[in-house]
Design a protein around this ligand. Sequence first.
Ligand code: SPV
Ligand code: MG
Length: 551
Amino acid sequence: MYQISQPVTIGSKPSKSTQLRRLLESPQLEFIMEAHNGISARIVEEAGFKGIWASGLALSAQYGVRDNNEASWTQIVEMLEFMSDVTQIPILLDGDTGYGNFNNMRRLVRKLEQRGIAGVCIEDKLFPKTNSFINGSRQPLADIDEFCGKIKAGKDSQQDPDFSIVARIEALIAGWDLSEALRRAEAYHAAGADAILIHSKSSRPDQVLEFAASWAGRSPIVLVPTKYYSTPTDVFRKAGISLVIWANHMIRAAVASMQAIAREVQANETLINIEDDIAPVKEIFRLQGADELQEAEKRYFINGRHHTQAIVLAATRGKEFAGLTEDKPKVMLPLGGKPLLRHLVDKFKKLAINDITVVAGYKAQTIDVPGTQVICNSKYETTGELASLACSQATFSDDMLVVYGDLLFRSYILRDLLECPGEIIAVVDSAMNSKSISGSPDYAYCSIPDDLSLFGQDVNLLHISKATQTEWGQTYGRWIGMLRFHGEGRQWLDEALDELQTQPDFKSLGIPDLCNYLIKQGKPIKVVYIRGNWLDINSLDDLDLAFQLKK
Ligand code: SPV
Ligand code: MG
C-alpha cells in the first residue's frame, strides 16, 4: 500500500502540490473537475471541488483548435497560469505525451512548478497525440522503456517532493488487453509514477474495474468515466478508486449554452428572450473579483490621487425659481443645454472624482445624471442639509467632499481644495465684494485674513454664520458650500453626525451648524482661500451670470 505523504504547508493552508497528493493518496474516493480558463477554474472551485483537471481536450477546444497538440505547450502553460492565479485548489494538467521526449518533460515539470501547478498526467502515446476517443484503437502506444524514462526524468526534475506525476495507460483505448495494461502499470509505477490513470472508451466500467482488482492498491488509481458515465459512483468507491476526473463537462456545458443563446439572438434580433437565462453582468464582475479591486482602489492611489468621493446635497426645490422648479429640483435646471448638476458632475470627473453620490429629495425621480448614485432623503420637506448628509452616511469614504448641488465654480477651486492638507478643509471666498453674492451668504470667521499669497497659508476656520457681526470678530470671507473630510476628519464627521442626530433640533440643522459643532469639539477646520470664480444659483440673475463661469 502507498504511504500518505507528509504535508508541506504555505502559511496555514497546504501547498497546492500537497493538496493534490493528498487527494491521490486519500483513503476515500475524491473528484476533480475540468476547467479550461480562469473563469471556469473559479467556477469549479466555488462549486466545492478540491481540484481541477486542466483537460487537453478542453484547453484545445477553448482555443478553437483540435486535441492534437495544435496549441503549443507554452500556450497551454500560459492559460494554466491564469487558472492557477485565481484559485486555491490544485491543478492537475493533462500533459498529453509530455510534449516531446524526456528532455521536454524535464522542462515542462520545471515550468509547471514555477506556475504553481500541482501535477501532470502523461499518457503513453506518441507526439503529436490524438484524443483517445478519435480512432483510439488505431493509435500507436509509446515504447514502455522510453515512457519510463520520461517519468523518471520528470520525477528527477521536480523541486517540490509533492509535485505529482500521473502515468496514463492507453492500452485499453488502443485495443490491447488487461495484461498489457497491467504490464505497463507495473513498469510506470517502478519508474516513479505517483498514480496510474487507466483510461477506457468502453461504455461499461468492467475493464477498469478488472484492472483495479488486479492492481490491488499498489498505487492510487485514477479514472475518467466520460464513456461509462452511467456507472453509479459507489461502484468506483467500492473498487477502491482514488480519484475520478469529470474530464470535459465545463467546456461541454459552455458550448451547449453558447450555441443555444447565439442561435436565439441571431434568429430573433433581440436580447429580451435570453436575458433571464444567462449570467448577469454583475455575476461576471463578481467572478472576476471586481469588489477586491474597488477596495484596493480605496487603499492605494488612483491616477496619482487618493480615491475621493463627492457627496452633492440636492434635496431642495429652489422655490425662488417659482414655476421653473414645478416639475424638477433646482439642480436639474438647464444651463447652456445641460442641467446644473451635470456641470458640477463634469467638474468632479475632470479631476478623476468618479464616486459621486447625490442626495435628492424634491422630485428625486427627475434627477437623471449619468455617473452619479442617487440617494433620497424622503423627509426633505421637514428636514435640513444635515439630515440629507446623514442619509448618505453609509457611503462615506475616507476622503470625501460635501458640496451644495447649486454650486458652479472654476476647476482650479476643486484642485486647490484637493491639494490642501488637513483633516477637514473649507473653501472660503475672500473677495467679499464679488458679484457672486446673492441669497443669504454664510460668512466665514477665520484665524487670519487672506494674504493673497500663492502658497498655502495655515488658516483655521473659527465659525460660520449668516450674521456679519458676531463674537468671533470680523469675517474674512464667505464659505462657498464646499468641504472636504479627509482621514481622521471622516471619523470626526461620523461621530458628529451620530451625536447631532440625538439632538432635538437636528432636523433644522445645516452644514454650517455641523462646522460650528466640530470646531467647538476642538476639531480643526482648515481654510483654503479663493477669490471669486464661483457662484451658487439662487436666482434667475445667477443663472445668467453662470454662463460666464460655464467653461
Ligand atoms: C482530456 O480531457 O483531454 C483527456 C481525457 O485526455 S479524454 O478526452 O477523455 O481522453
Ligand atoms: Mg487529453
